[in-house]
Design a protein around this ligand. Structure first.
Ligand code: SF4
Ligand code: SF4
Ligand code: SF4
Ligand code: FES
Length: 1015
């Protein structure tokens, strides 16, 4: 092929250098660049090497996290005399590279001129003119003065049908980054470019409007778009000084610029736009924060102008890179919501009146002191928030223990994660994910049990979807619903509710009985095999088939896949833990991993996916009834002595009440007062009628929150708190990764960061705390807690993070157990188990099983996400999923109102008929305050942890005469039709008859006309 080659061959996706096995050092090789010898790493992409070496070449479609997509051709260089795309070429020893030869420069310029034919340069009036526009910067880099291929509009309309972003085909340079991100990073497979079209453009579901496509509004495509073709609506008209103009005025300015371009050239015009971009720096702030929603822990820069959020820009977050889901990317309206609490409220009969902070805190301190004096410290309890920072949980438990003198302290990990933690404590020692998201990506087989990962941990799910799609990773999913991951799985199991322990134990026994266990691993690293083996006796395949309703062949296939896999990661969540056997089932998962040798290496391990953004951190930092920070037992005299010396107090010695026991204790008259922050207990605890009755009986109840939550109805004092964007601190994600968040806004109105409120109250109660900043709180935590000994704000600066345990020298452990398990002898422990039936079983009257969980769009009860107008538009309400069989039997259609009645309460809700559920199994998302699913759930719990058995609920269903529209509107992504393909499929572009490789024929682009100014 003259002048260059098309190649779809992709170098290593992660770009990591090869290591010299003996020394662990990167090997290098010599490559000559423009006459100068430089050290390159083996398997390094040429473009990465050049960037590292500081040799600037254009690279419009290249994004390191997407890999080479080869659509723009602007990165053409000569390598060993041949024109190649630097992004698609791997360095070779002795390679001679010329980035500035006449041929290379001419090819770069020709390629870029084609791009300008697809994009109108109106930078000064463009909201994307913020110094980071790739098209603008490449125009500058190549010193383009006049384009030879004139801009031609594509005749398609701007698509604004998505509430969060719009697509302007006329500005689209067809680089395909968005397609690659959607197909192969997010793996939603919505976007494509039909290269065969006369005038290609980006297509949603092959040609739908964005609003009615399968787009989940994750924002990947917008984040990677190198220009203004895809933009957040929140940017439009807000970022620039001249971008709020009316369309006619805007057109006038564009015409003016076009008019002077032939005389002045782009150089002068770009100077004006660059001056305008520089002016923007004075009013646009970029602040790093960590997502406030789920436990994946995405971090990003948030762009703001005053209190307006321009956009969320993910780029280098250690857990997420360029990834977000709709919530982290777009669901921030709540921060400026008109109904934020901005002043303390004090109950006045059946109403609340506004009060000053002085009055409210004085009242809280006085009542707490009175109740403590009358009924003792254990008549008070404290509930910390899994949404708030580590420092705030630490201070809350310090208030409870050191100031009040009680261990009645808990957080909402009680509602979801405690059983998983117990399962891991019993078997491997640490109560956290055994590795990182990267380790899950590296597995050859991922097994997901009771987790709707694509909706509850969306960004983590993208890594599994990607490995499954691109690397051939295998996927087994066990769930009641055929959720997205189940649809993608190589094997989908649908066991009967509450029976996971049985099939897990049966396949473990099968593996042991059939010589498939990793015996050397067991001999070297695991204790308790014989006793455990005995406990497996009842778990035959026949027993499992009968109890779980699964076929023996299927179970054997699962066992064989697990036994044969090089590395297995098992992921689970509330579908396992929120059962009466939640702790034991979590233990069964870990037992299976041990028997098959799936710990101690990347690509293996146990991953209980933490739900809230900081549910891991709240427990880690002592918001538990039996542990001081770092899981140090309250009944260990040595531990207490250390904290007593540090805090200069005497500490209570016995375990306190957990959340579940607190409600019981109120009903028994033992608990008189609760101070709770950032927790919607009246909607999210199970059997909420019983909970509400309890809360109503409290003598004194303080609720601290961002909004007047459902729980506030029972409060005596409501204190207005600040959300994550209005404070500093740290969160710990599901990977045990501690990350800093920086303050974006001042607290709204009179609201205050929780740590300041807790400190004010503690001082009114006699403490002498003087924390000026959360970093000082962390210094104290690190000094008292071996697990976090080396954590400091300096080590967490910017996007840096640490994964506990962190040694005093700052060494952390992204992958646990590489040298042994967290027990004194370094050996793991197999834990014997038995099975008991789920609680609240169906019978003739309550004949349906009700499952519940999260939705992608709303977080938990929805207090924050319902305040996002875009999310409301897409997903306005809750619903109950009904199977087609049951719908036909009962005459139900999507939109039919039904009443669900359990042994504990009832709700009225509209139906959605879907084959995601089967037979007599229903599913309700948990996001509703009007029809909360917890009116129906029971007070049964996991015996070990008291985690409610939310997933063991039976109901009867009454069809009501009314019906309405489908509660899921047509604009919901679930009605879309994705178009999976292998990324951009640039080969189809190369087959176009009008395509030729730049530089392959003589052109008018000569080196003399191009003056690269960046190298
Ligand atoms: S799902 Fe939607 S927002 Fe996400 S990358 Fe695809 S098209 Fe873009
Ligand atoms: S919309 Fe897609 S193809 Fe068009 S410029 Fe943006 S990233 Fe490239
Ligand atoms: S909700 Fe979870 S997955 Fe979505 S952006 Fe936030 S941390 Fe990431
Ligand atoms: S950057 Fe290499 S082809 Fe676009």
């Amino acid at each position: 092929m003259p002048g260059g080659e098309n190649s779809s061959e992709r170098p290593a996706q992660d770009g990591h250098p090869k290591l010299d096995g003996s020394k662990g050092k990167a090997m290098t090789m010599q490559v000559k660049v423009d006459g100068t010898a430089r050290e390159a790493k083996p398997e390094e992409r040429l473009v990465d090497f050049l960037n590292r070496a500081g040799t600037t070449i254009p690279q419009v479609c290249y994004h390191p996290q997407l890999g080479p997509i080869q659509t723009c051709d602007t990165c053409m260089v000569e390598a060993d005399g041949k024109l190649v795309r630097a992004c698609a070429t791997v360095v070779g020893a002795g390679m001679e590279v010329s980035t500035r030869s006449g041929r290379a420069l001419s090819a770069q310029r020709e390629a870029f001129d084609r791009i300008l034919g697809n994009h109108m340069l109106y930078c000064t009036v463009c909201d994307n003119n913020n110094g980071n526009c790739t098209v603008h910067n490449t125009t500058r880099l190549l010193a383009v003065e006049h384009q030879t291929i004139p801009f031609k509009p594509k005749t398609y309309k701007v698509d604004s049908t998505n509430p969060f972003y719009r697509y302007d085909p006329d500005q689209c340079i067809l680089c395909g980054r968005c397609v690659e991100a959607c197909q192969n990073v997010q793996v939603n497979e919505t976007l494509s470019i039909r290269w065969e079209d006369p005038h290609p453009r980006v297509l949603w579901d092959g040609g739908a409007t964005i609003g009615e496509s399968s787009c989940v509004s994750c924002g990947h495509c917008i984040t990677v778009c190198p220009c203004n073709a895809l933009m957040e609506k929140s940017m439009i008209g807000h970022a620039g000084f001249f971008t709020r103009l009316t369309q006619p005025a805007l057109n006038g300015m564009i015409d003016l610029v076009k008019g002077i371009e032939p005389d002045t050239g782009y150089g002068s015009i770009l100077k004006v736009s660059e001056a305008e971009a520089a002016m923007r720096e004075s009013r646009i702030r970029r602040t790093k924060t960590v997502c406030t929603y789920c436990g994946v822990g995405c971090s990003f820069n948030i762009w703001t102008k005053d209190r307006h959020i321009l956009k969320v820009e993910p780029s280098e977050g250690p857990a997420n890179g360029i990834s977000t889901c709709v919530k982290g990317k777009f669901a921030w309206d709540f921060v400026n919501s008109a109904d934020r609490l901005t002043q303390p409220l004090i109950r006045d009969g059946s109403r609340f009146r506004k009060a000053s902070w002085e009055e409210a805190l004085d009242l809280v301190a006085r009542r707490i002191a009175e109740i403590k004096a009358q009924s003792g410290p254990d008549s008070l309890a404290f509930i910390s928030s899994s949404k708030c920072t580590n420092e705030e949980s630490y201070l809350m438990q310090k208030l409870a223990r050191a100031v009040i003198g009680t261990n009645n302290m808990d957080n909402c990990s009680r509602y979801c994660q405690s059983p998983a933690t117990v399962g891991l404590w019993r078997t491997v020692g640490y109560g956290g994910d055994s590795g990182s998201i990267k380790d899950i990506e590296n597995a050859s087989l991922v097994v997901i049990i009771g987790s709707n990962t694509a909706e509850s941990h969306p960004v983590l799910a993208t890594r599994v979807k990607r490995a499954h799609k691109l690397r051939g990773q295998k996927l087994i999913v066990s769930d009641l619903r055929e959720n997205e991951m189940a649809k993608r799985a190589d094997l989908f199991l649908h066991p009967k509710p509450g029976t996971d322990l049985v099939w897990l134990s049966a396949i473990t026994r099968y593996i042991l009985d059939n010589g498939l266990a990793k015996t050397r691993f067991l001999d070297e690293w695991v204790n308790g095999l014989e006793e455990y083996r005995k406990s497996l006796e009842p778990f035959t395949m026949e027993f499992a088939a009968e109890i779980c309703g699964l076929r023996i062949e299927t179970l054997k296939k699962v066992a064989d896949m697990i036994a044969a896999a090089e590395g297995v990661c098992m992921l689970w969540a509330m579908g396992v833990t929120q059962h009466s056997m939640g702790s034991d089932t979590s233990t069964a998962i870990s037992n299976l991993l041990l028997v098959t040798g799936n710990y101690m290496r990347t690509g293996t391990g146990a991953y209980p996916l933490r739900g809230h953004n900081n549910v891991q951190g709240a427990s880690d930092h002592g918001a538990m009834p039996n542990f001081l920070p770092g899981y140090q037992p309250v009944d260990d005299p040595g531990v207490r002595a250390r904290f007593e010396a540090g805090w200069k107090v005497q500490l209570p010695v016995t375990k306190g009440l957990d959340n579940h026991e607190m409600i019981e204790a109120i009903h028994q008259g033992k608990l008189k007062a609760i101070y709770l922050f950032g927790e919607e207990i009246s909607l999210v605890d199970s059997n909420s009628n019983f909970v509400d009755e309890g809360l109503a009986k409290l003598e004194f109840f303080v609720v601290q929150d961002v909004f007047f939550s459902d729980t506030c109805r029972f409060a005596d004092v409501v204190l207005p708190a600040s959300p994550s964007l209005e404070k500093e601190g740290t969160f710990t994600n599901t990977e045990r990764r501690i990350q800093r968040l920086y303050q974006v806004f001042e607290p709204l109105g009179g609201s205050r960061p929780d740590w300041q409120i807790i400190q004010d109250l503690a001082n009114r109660l006699g403490a002498k705390w003087h924390y000026q900043h959360p970093s000082e709180v962390y210094q104290e935590i690190a000094a008292l807690t071996p697990l976090f000994a080396g954590v400091s704000y300096e080590r967490l600066d910017g996007f840096k993070s640490l994964q506990w345990p962190v040694a005093a020298d700052g060494t952390d452990e992204p992958l646990l157990y590489t040298k042994g398990f967290h027990f004194p002898d370094g050996k793991a422990r197999l834990f014997p188990l038995s099975y008991s039936q789920p609680t609240d079983p169906p019978n003739g009257e309550f004949d349906l099983h009700l499952n519940n969980g999260r939705l992608l769009e709303h977080f938990h009860e929805g207090n924050l996400t319902y305040r996002s107008a875009g999310i409301r538009e897409k997903t306005p309400d809750t619903f109950v999923e009904v199977s087609p069989e049951l719908a036909a039997e009962r005459g139900i259609q999507s939109g039919t109102w039904v009443q669900l009645v359990s042994r504990y309460g009832q709700v009225r809700v509209r139906a959605v008929v879907t084959d995601r559920v089967q037979g007599k199994e229903l599913y309700m998302p948990m996001n509703s305050s009007d029809s909360p699913v917890n009116r129906l759930t029971s007070s049964h719990t996991d015996q070990i942890t008291h985690t409610p058995a939310y997933k063991e609920t039976s109901v009867l269903l009454r069809v009501l005469p009314e019906s309405g529209p489908n509660p899921l509107p047509r604009a919901n992504h679930r009605f879309g039709h994705p178009t999976p393909q292998h990324g951009v499929e640039v080969e189809r572009k190369w087959k176009r008859t009008d395509y030729r490789i730049p530089g392959s024929q003589p052109t008018q682009f000569h080196a003399a006309k191009t003056k690269p100014n960046g190298s």
